[in-house]
Design a binder for this molecule. Structure first.
Ligand code: ZN
Ligand code: ZN
Ligand code: ZN
Length: 340
């Protein structure tokens, strides 16, 4: 039984999810290090073990549910942090607030074969991953109880992945997360002052400065963020202003797949097989105050090269040992194969 509890000081909600402590962890078990299909519930042939499909892109007509022959499968997380069948009622206990763990927790299995990293998938396959993100996002946003949809990827044990087969996750919550609120607050303050979207201005500035740019195509720019919290923190931003990821167009999906593959390849060649988190930042949904002009959806990739320690926890400041200009140059200088 998961539940939300509100910190009365920071007003941050914490999700308590005792079931998640029982989730399998293939890194702590030597047997699971074996990469054969047998031990991976996400590999083709093991569909029945990994759970029911919420969404599937089939490769074959009239395919039976939960059988091989698919591009992408979206599954309900077997050990969900949140569940959709809960109620939205808040309860007070003295000074404390809590509510049931209402929400969604889904897994995108990104390929049939046992591939670990999204950058090793074909462009067509990555396009389908992005399309699945969009389809689930649109569907879940139609639930009025949901206020925010987070799509993210944990790659590697240090980044929090418990299975190595390439996958991403979606967690939808009935409240807007504090960190998202803070980012929007900042964007709003900038907008009120300059009358412009801060992210559009960041794009313009990066195109002028050039030294932090890693990749560029028609629809997207990838760069190391000027004030990145962690070394090699990389942002991928659509050039076209839009607050909502759900508006992603066909040509944007194509270009995002291309730039994502190339950026992750560069990171992996430059830094080795480093663990990373990738997070999609997009506007909250079903809220009264729309922020169409203020927010600008984007992806943030955080390689796990440093650990968050006492100083960071105590201050919220980060100590980053690598200037983004140096990181940008290192990533830009990586030589990729022609066909990437
Ligand atoms: Zn697998
Ligand atoms: Zn913008
Ligand atoms: Zn952001």
């Amino acid at each position: 039984m998961s539940e939300f509890r509100k910190d009365p000081v920071s007003r941050r909600w914490v999700i308590f999810s005792p079931e998640r402590s029982y989730r399998p962890n293939d890194f702590k078990n030597d047997e699971r290090k074996d990469k054969s299909n047998e031990y991976c519930p996400f590999c083709s042939g093991n569909e029945k073990k990994s759970g029911n499909e919420i969404l599937v892109y089939s490769k074959i007509p009239n395919r039976e549910p939960n059988t091989p022959g698919w591009w992408i499968r979206v599954l309900e997380n077997k050990y969900p942090a949140l569940r959709s069948e809960k109620s939205l009622e808040k309860k007070g206990i003295g000074i404390y607030d809590k509510m049931d763990g209402l929400g969604r927790h889904e897994i995108f299995v990104e390929c049939e074969e046992h591939v670990r990293c999204i950058s090793d998938l074909s462009l067509v396959q990555i396009e389908k991953v992005i399309l699945a993100y969009r389809d689930r996002y649109v569907e879940i946003a139609s639930d009025k109880n949901i206020k925010h949809i987070l799509i993210f990827k944990n790659y590697g044990e240090d980044a929090g992945a418990s299975l190595e087969h390439s996958h991403s996750q979606l967690i939808a919550t009935p409240v807007v997360p504090k960190r998202v609120e803070t980012e929007i607050e900042g964007a709003k303050t900038y907008y009120n002052f300059r009358d412009r979207c801060v992210y559009c201005d960041i794009l313009d500035q990066e195109l002028i400065d050039k030294e932090r740019i890693i990749e560029e195509n028609e629809e997207f720019l990838a760069f190391n963020f000027f004030a990145g919290k962690v070394p090699y923190e990389t942002w991928i931003m659509p050039k076209q202003h839009n607050a909502y990821f759900s508006t992603i167009s066909k040509s944007q999906i194509k270009d995002l797949a291309r730039i994502l593959k190339r950026v992750i390849k560069r990171i992996k060649i430059c830094l080795g097989d480093v663990d990373y988190n990738m997070v999609l930042h997009t506007s909250p949904v079903n809220t009264n105050n729309r922020i169409d002009d203020i927010f600008h959806w984007h992806l943030e990739i955080m390689p796990k090269l440093t650990k968050i320690a006492g100083f960071e926890w105590g201050t919220g400041y980060y100590i980053n040992p690598v200037f983004p200009e140096d990181a940008g140059k290192a990533l830009r200088d990586v030589i990729l194969d022609e066909d990437d």
